[in-house]
Design a protein around this ligand. Structure first.
Ligand code: SF4
Ligand code: SF4
Length: 495
């Protein structure tokens, strides 16, 4: 950011926008959203705690053709965004993928060395001939130190001790329910308004480690996008979902179910945003995955289970949507206003860009205030930007204009957007490291840029060039170790 100041002063920048002497709020005044304080207080933005320049909208910025979307679709593996990966996965061999990644890393740093391999790290390649690498020994150690409980998977010793019956924290989609139900403990179910419920859950979710919460109803639109059958990345068999007149989830078998009956009373989807350590991601020099991802994959699944047991403690039930278990998370994140669907094909959040792992949620019978889709100019920015697509070492991110086309049976043609080719993506995640929305500089100028982007697309090309010219994206790995004041858990939670 200092480079930006050296070239364009804050005053010059504001002058360029015609806002000198007017203050930051004037950028929003050019396109007013709220008319008075009551309107702001009653908006879903106040429930979502978004910055002031994020607008609530009736329809998401991604156009959706509801007539094309059909319920009961089948997905085999992969979370997808509006889609999910099919059975005929991965176009490149592991060797080809590794070659592309190593070439990319060497194009950033000609001195990059693979170092020790990551065999044994749960999220890494299990192919002994083409394992993953994390470069320098310190980065390698950071990655291997993050492996415990990644994707919720128990240590092998524990899996073996249970004869393979228990595999992961995701074994119980309804939560682990560490204590008996509230009435069995002499209490009664918590009661409150839907707005209070969202507030209470938000406080608890933030305590456990998520960021914001949003909610949408389980309505006709939701059911059109929900999977009928889905196989999760870490499962051996697909799970079938149905609704029924039952009091609690009926999971068959009880552990790692392949059939789940959802009580009809579960009419709300509670969405969480979970941040990923931004600076570690930006400095990652690994062939796939890295410490920020593996650590987040361990934390967010555990955090989910804490929130589910919190809901259980209130007297309510929930079903986790970990790994997009029953609905694509691009849809839920878009509809509840966690962010906008982007070229990267995931949710771009107003506060942290795409530096989230994850934007997932739970289905619950706790009545929740509904939040709205948002518009902060992200989709519009993606139209001009395309940095992620240009940078992707595997060529997985769609270039050019957004389309309605579904290229594979498991993709969805019901929306006008960009699709990540999940037969190519190796989860590296260069796209997260380069996205200009992930700039966390607290000098204030990024807030101004974001508020400008939300107001006008006039400067999008300039901001895109600025990001490329000043290399705000990915950084050399060694730099991360030089900062003695890295925030706890790699994230500045005051931002
Ligand atoms: S889409 Fe992102 S994570 Fe996937 S290969 Fe491309 S840059 Fe890597
Ligand atoms: S890198 Fe650019 S095009 Fe890609 S998601 Fe971020 S803003 Fe959109």
């Amino acid at each position: 950011m200092s480079q930006f100041h050296s070239i364009v002063s804050r005053r010059d920048f504001m002058k360029g926008l015609g806002l000198v002497g007017a203050g930051v709020g004037a950028a929003g005044a050019a396109n007013p959203v709220f008319h008075d304080i009551d309107e702001i207080a009653s908006s879903s933005s106040s429930l979502q705690h978004n910055p002031w320049w994020v607008k609530d909208v009736d329809q998401p910025t991604t156009p959706i053709d509801w007539d094309v979307l059909k319920p009961g679709r089948v997905a085999y593996v992969g979370t997808g965004m509006f889609g999910g990966m099919g059975p005929d996965v991965l176009k490149y061999s592991r060797a080809e993928t590794q070659k592309l990644m190593i070439n990319y890393l060497k194009s950033e740093d000609p001195n990059w060395q693979p170092g020790a391999n990551l065999l044994g790290v749960k999220s890494a390649s299990t192919d002994p001939e083409y394992p993953d690498f994390a470069g320098d020994i310190k980065d390698n150690a950071l990655a291997t130190g993050s492996a415990l409980l990644t994707a919720g998977v128990f240590p092998m010793e524990v899996i073996m001790a249970t004869g393979g019956k228990y595999f992961s924290l995701t074994d119980h989609p309804e939560g682990w329910r560490e204590v008996p139900y509230i009435t069995q403990r002499g209490g009664t179910k918590w009661q409150g308004s839907p707005e209070e419920a969202l507030k209470v859950v938000r406080a608890a979710a933030r305590f456990y480690g998520f960021d914001d919460v949003q909610a949408i109803p389980v309505d006709e639109k939701f059911l059109k996008v929900m999977w009928g059958t889905k196989q999760m990345i870490i499962s051996n068999a697909p799970t079938t979902f149905e609704f029924g007149d039952v009091d609690d989830f009926v999971c068959t078998p009880a552990v790692n179910p392949t059939n789940i009956t959802i009580p009809n009373k579960c009419k709300w989807y509670l969405n969480f945003t979970c941040r990923q350590p931004g600076e570690v991601t930006r400095h990652a020099q690994s062939t796939t995955q890295n410490a920020a991802q593996t650590y987040s994959y361990a934390n967010w699944i555990k955090t989910f289970k804490h929130v589910q047991d919190f809901l259980w403690g209130l007297g309510y039930i929930s079903l986790d949507n970990i790994h997009g278990r029953f609905i694509p998370t691009g849809f839920t994140g878009t509809m509840c206003g966690a962010g906008e669907l982007s070229r990267w094909s995931g949710i771009l959040t107003p506060k942290y860009g795409n530096m989230t792992r994850v934007v997932h949620g739970v289905l619950t019978d706790l009545p929740l205030a509904e939040t709205s889709p948002v518009d902060f100019g992200a989709r519009k920015f993606c139209e001009t930007c395309g940095i992620c697509a240009d940078s992707c070492p595997q060529g997985a991110i769609q270039q050019g204009e957004a389309t309605w086309d579904a290229r594979y049976a498991w993709e969805n043609s019901g929306y006008l957007g960009w699709r990540n080719d999940l037969t190519l993506c190796n989860h590296c995640p260069v796209c997260q490291g380069v996205c200009p929305f992930n700039a966390f500089d607290k000098s204030g100028i990024h807030e101004i840029i974001k508020s400008t982007i939300s107001t006008t697309s006039l400067f999008n090309g300039f901001f895109r060039s600025m990001d490329k010219t000043f290399h705000y994206g990915r950084k050399p790995a060694a730099e991360w170790w030089d900062d003695p004041n890295q925030p706890v858990w790699g994230m500045d939670t005051t931002v």
